[in-house]
Design a protein around this ligand. Structure first.
Ligand SMILES: [Zn+2]
Length: 247
């Protein structure tokens, strides 16, 4: 089991490394595959030794081998986060077909969070494309997933209408995809967690005077975090809630 989980961790590192490329190119509408990876500053093509997840960053002291331009910290962070997520998903779901669903879900969420942080938008290929994928990944179409998607979509649409645009269209579409992936009631657990994290961080930013009341804060990363936690431990959280408050 530990060997399979370790392989899953390495697979996550590699996927995370690819996500860094996608996060940079997708919003610009560039091809995700051609040309191969190159340095953003000097455009030098990167070789296999420059592309080992996390290790290349450490061995090169976080700088491009060719022009010494700094490599953003979020590259190794995305790789580690994706690797750890893959490991934990394998631990939670075991090596069954449904694990594929969870891995795709987490990958889309991590990517959406990264793009939203950088550009304050979440591209449709991620959210709507993800929604279509969610319908067909194992165990296939089921009313539980549809219900999760529909309720998330309606809840966030109502909140957007009530908050006069505090939440963006991209967030509504991401919550739809999230609901379709997780299914009821974990879709709702994800939303509640997202609002809890969003409000907590918002209050801290306000108190620390890092943001003002009307500043825009990306909500996508909170949705992603809520979705990932609900996907991994939603069942335990619900059980804990029900046994604590409803007994
Ligand atoms: Zn360079």
């Amino acid at each position: 089991m530990l060997l399979q989980l370790s392989l899953l961790f390495v697979l996550g590192l590699l996927v995370g490394s690819f996500l860094n490329v996608v996060a940079y190119r997708l919003p610009k509408g560039e091809s995700l595959v051609f040309p191969g990876s190159n340095c953003r500053d000097c455009s030098h093509a990167l070789g296999p030794l420059d592309l080992i997840p996390v290790l290349s960053f450490l061995l090169l002291y976080g700088r491009c081998r060719y022009c010494r331009a700094p490599i953003p910290w979020r590259y190794p962070i995305t790789e580690i986060v994706t690797g750890v997520y893959f490991f934990l998903a394998g631990l939670t779901w075991g090596f069954k077909p449904i694990l594929v669903r969870q891995l795709v879900c987490g990958t889309i969420l991590i990517l959406a969070a990264q793009v939203d942080l950088a550009t304050l938008t979440i591209p449709d290929p991620l959210t709507l494309g993800g929604s279509v994928l969610a319908l067909f990944l194992p165990p296939g179409p089921h009313w539980v997933y549809l219900l999760g998607g529909v309720t998330n979509f309606l809840l966030l649409s109502c909140l957007t209408w009530a908050s006069h645009g505090g939440i963006g269209q991209g967030d509504i579409k991401l919550s739809l995809a999230l609901g379709l992936f997780l299914g009821w009631p974990f879709s709702l657990v994800a939303l509640i967690l997202a609002f809890f994290f969003g409000a907590s961080v918002g209050i801290v930013l306000l108190l620390a005077r890092l943001k003002r009341r009307n500043d825009v804060v990306a909500f996508g990363p909170f949705l992603a975090l809520g979705g990932i936690i609900a996907g991994l431990w939603g069942r335990d959280l619900l059980e804990l809630y029900l046994t604590t408050f409803w007994r």
